[in-house]
Ligand binder design. Structure first.
Ligand SMILES: NC(=O)c1ccc[n+]([C@@H]2O[C@H](COP(=O)([O-])OP(=O)(O)OC[C@H]3O[C@@H](n4cnc5c(N)ncnc54)[C@H](O)[C@@H]3O)[C@@H](O)[C@H]2O)c1
Length: 342
């Protein structure tokens, strides 16, 4: 298969590229990535010399770039997106441009190029907060943030293209991912790297939000299963099937990180909560399991591995955290939050 992977220089996209090239010897992969603040060629260093791999820098919202990148490709996996909820609250326009308009531009170009498969990577956040039970793919969408609303817009457009034009597309709704190479603004890598540096760990509100932490390697194999075995026009949830109590609420995730690093809980700092912060998400991934998906990581093992990875790859995240882009965002996002609030 010749694949176009958009957003392949990001966290999950780069894991998908690395695992595709190692698991599928006959596949070729072209990555199209704009290299926003979140894109990082260092994430693709291990495959850069592979003759089956090609990198193009460009925007999925640019029709000419997308048309060129698609030449000769059989399938597309669209990871490209603005992905951080806090940034979507500060600067929503970029989310609409990439996650809605960019997705549509890519879907239209894929239709013209007559690709055989188009996988749209979406999020469980499109369901909104789910206070009990688990979301199934037919549940109504109720996104809360500009991020989740933009992702919902993108996937609805893709599904409309399936129905209207016969685009051979599928949608994957993923739970919160964690693991190596995640940009250190999201909860787990932010708290690990702050803890390593003895900096405060900002805890939003009471820290009792619940997420279905899913290891990035399992997330990537879930997408692979949908790409190769999924039924066109269908939506598949991907999320860690472990029992809920083994996944921990956010505050306990942070405590576990501190304990793994031998740091004091005095580093925990409750700050003003994110507006409209969803309390809980959980998806039912049995439809994906029925396709043959077998997740391998428990959260306990995966968190330990992730903490170790950040401790051993400090050059990777220190260059990001010391950069102006990260520092400007961090100051802006946390400046008015320092008051203790629970
Ligand atoms: N991280 C999670 O927990 C999670 C959970 C569910 C779904 N998702 C979805 O998975 C996908 C990947 O998430 P991630 O965490 O790896 O994101 P990321 O922020 O780490 O990476 C996003 C990548 O997309 C690229 N990009 C952004 N705008 C682009 C554009 N206009 N054109 C081309 N490239 C562009 C960036 O340069 C970056 O390499 C996203 O679609 C996201 O919505 C993520």
């Amino acid at each position: 298969m010749r694949l176009l992977v958009t957003g392949g220089a990001g966290f999950i996209g780069s894991e998908f590229v690395r695992s595709t090239l190692s698991e599928h010897a006959a596949d070729q992969v072209t990555v199209l990535d704009k290299l926003t603040y979140a894109g990082n060629l260092a994430n693709l260093e291990s495959v850069a010399g592979d003759t089956r791999f090609q990198f193009i820098q460009g925007d999925i919202a640019d029709p000419a770039v997308v048309e060129r990148a698609l030449r000769g490709c059989d399938a597309v996996v669209n990871f490209a997106a603005e992905t951080h909820v806090d940034r979507s609250i500060l600067e929503p326009d970029a989310f609409v441009k990439t996650d809605v308009v960019g997705t549509w531009t890519l879907a239209e170009a894929a239709r013209a190029a007559r690709v055989q498969r188009f996988v749209q990577v979406s999020t469980d956040e499109v369901y909104g907060a789910v206070l009990s039970g688990a979301s199934v793919e037919t549940d109504r969408l109720d996104p809360t943030s500009p991020y989740s609303a933009s992702k919902a817009g993108g996937e609805l457009l893709v599904m409309a293209a399936v129905k209207t034009y016969g685009l051979p597309a599928l949608v994957v709704r993923g739970a919160n991912a964690y693991g190596p190479y995640q940009y250190p603004e999201k909860l787990i890598p932010l708290h690990i790297t702050n803890a390593i540096d003895d900096q405060p760990l900002p805890v939003y509100g009471d820290g009792q939000q619940r997420r279905q932490w899913t290891h990035v390697a399992d997330f990537a194999t879930g997408i692979d299963a949908v790409l190769r075995n999924g039924v066109i026009g269908e939506i598949y949830n991907v999320g860690n099937p472990e029992p809920e109590d083994s996944l921990l609420v956010n505050l306990d995730v942070s405590r576990r990180i501190l304990s793994l690093l031998g740091k004091s809980e005095t580093l925990l700092q409750h700050v003003v909560d994110r507006p409209a912060h969803d309390r809980r998400y959980r998806v039912d991934a049995s439809k994906l399991v029925a396709l043959g998906w077998k997740p391998r990581w428990t959260f306990a093992d995966g968190l330990e591995q992730t903490v170790r990875w950040y401790a051993e790859h400090q050059e990777w995240w220190r260059s990001i955290k010391s950069g102006e882009t990260h520092q400007t965002y961090y100051a802006r996002n946390y400046a008015d939050r320092s008051a203790f609030a629970r």
